[in-house]
Design a protein around this ligand. Structure first.
Ligand code: ZN
Length: 371
């Protein structure tokens, strides 16, 4: 069996890129075996003809040089066994030079490792800074999440949630919520999402949106609202959580580097798996203060474009926040504060004058249609 090459040989009759060979050490000198079309060719170079040095691209290889009948040859190798054997068997003057050369090789390697370590540290430090110091990396990663991932994550959470609920399939409440959603979606600018709104029989005063555009409105919310403008305000806010990809931002931020790797390697199952492991539930996902504010302001603009009075949104959120002792689930994921209401009022005042178009929905009929 031919031995595995462990060295490259250079010389006048050899290819410019070098010839692979197997080098070993005998008591007499260096033995070289070249594999060619004619089979194996072995050469012996006596120790007395050898000169030792370090060389190669980064001075990290053992280099042996010799001349044979006026022609110069060189052998480059990184094989530790070859270096070991040379040290054990070569005469003293050669091993001294070898010691010097291997020290040089080690030094070069240490320097290179140090440089590597330093650049890795700088990279990790930079990423950490970017991660915690700004949302740049999070935004970049979120922008790389395909829409189909978002849709399938949202859809599976939606199905799972609805399977434990009584879905209201038809009637005035469903028609009213659909009419509000249609009015708002007609005024979206370049939205890739197809919003789907479902009403469930549930006393909790709640509504939420899942990635991909799946929205759930609880009958408790409809019962608590004084009219369609208030519910449209909640819808406008929820839709903007979807449009602004807030859930994905939260997930990526929570998952940290794992999300980066999962997304960069294009692994959707990985993302879903890690979310499960970390206990990230889309249905109860809490948004950040900045995200709430963003959804408020964009929601407000959407209402304005759709000619829905923004007052409903502001007063409804505020009324919920003030209703103490009641089960307002919406507030557990959407904490309302006086400052937030104030920002909304200020923003609403800066929008151009607009005459609202009432929905023309029989609100009593809507409230009477759900429990
Ligand atoms: Zn919100």
């Amino acid at each position: 069996m031919a031995p595995t090459p462990n060295a490259l040989c250079f010389g006048s009759e050899l290819p410019a890129s070098g010839a692979t060979c197997f080098a070993s050490i005998s008591p007499n000198g260096l033995i070289l075996i070249f594999l060619s079309d004619r089979g194996e060719e072995a050469h012996t170079v006596p120790f007395s003809a050898l000169a030792v040095g370090a060389g190669g691209f980064d001075h990290d290889q053992l280099v042996l040089k010799w001349t044979d009948r006026g022609r110069t040859f060189a052998l480059h190798s990184r094989d530790p066994e070859l270096i070991q054997a040379l040290r054990a068997k070569a005469p003293a003057e050669l091993t001294e030079a070898l010691g010097h050369a291997t020290a040089q090789v080690r030094w070069r390697r240490a320097i290179r490792r140090l440089a590597w370590g330093a650049s890795v540290a700088v990279l990790v430090g930079g990423l950490t800074w970017l991660w915690y110091g700004s949302d740049m990396v999070v935004d970049l990663i979120v922008s790389r999440i395909p829409l189909s991932w978002e849709e399938s994550l949202g859809e599976s959470a939606y199905r799972q949630f609805l399977s434990g609920q009584t879905v209201v399939k038809e009637g005035p409440a469903v028609q009213a919520v659909q009419a509000m959603a249609d009015r708002l979606t007609a005024h979206l600018v370049e939205s890739p999402y197809r919003f789907q709104v479902t009403v469930v029989e549930n006393h909790a005063i709640n509504a939420f949106a899942l990635p991909g555009g799946y929205i759930v409105v609880f009958s408790g919310l409809l019962k608590q609202a004084n009219g369609p403008d208030e519910v449209a305000g909640v819808l406008g806010h929820e839709m903007n959580h979807v449009l602004l990809r807030h859930a994905m931002e939260r997930i990526v931020k929570n998952m940290g580097l794992v999300a980066v790797i999962t997304v960069l390697t294009g692994n959707q199952q990985g993302l879903a798996g890690v979310m499960k492991e970390l206990g990230i539930e889309l249905v109860t996902l809490k948004f950040g203060r900045e995200q709430e504010l963003e959804a408020d302001l964009e929601g407000l603009r959407l209402l304005h474009r759709a000619r829905v009075s923004p007052d409903g949104m502001i007063t409804f959120f505020q009324r919920l926040a003030e209703s103490e002792g009641r089960m307002v689930a919406l507030l557990s994921t959407h904490p309302m504060s006086e400052a937030r209401a104030e920002r909304l009022r200020t923003a609403a005042a800066t929008l151009p004058r607009m005459t609202p178009e009432p929905f023309g929905i029989d609100w009593q009929a809507v409230q009477g249609a759900v429990r």
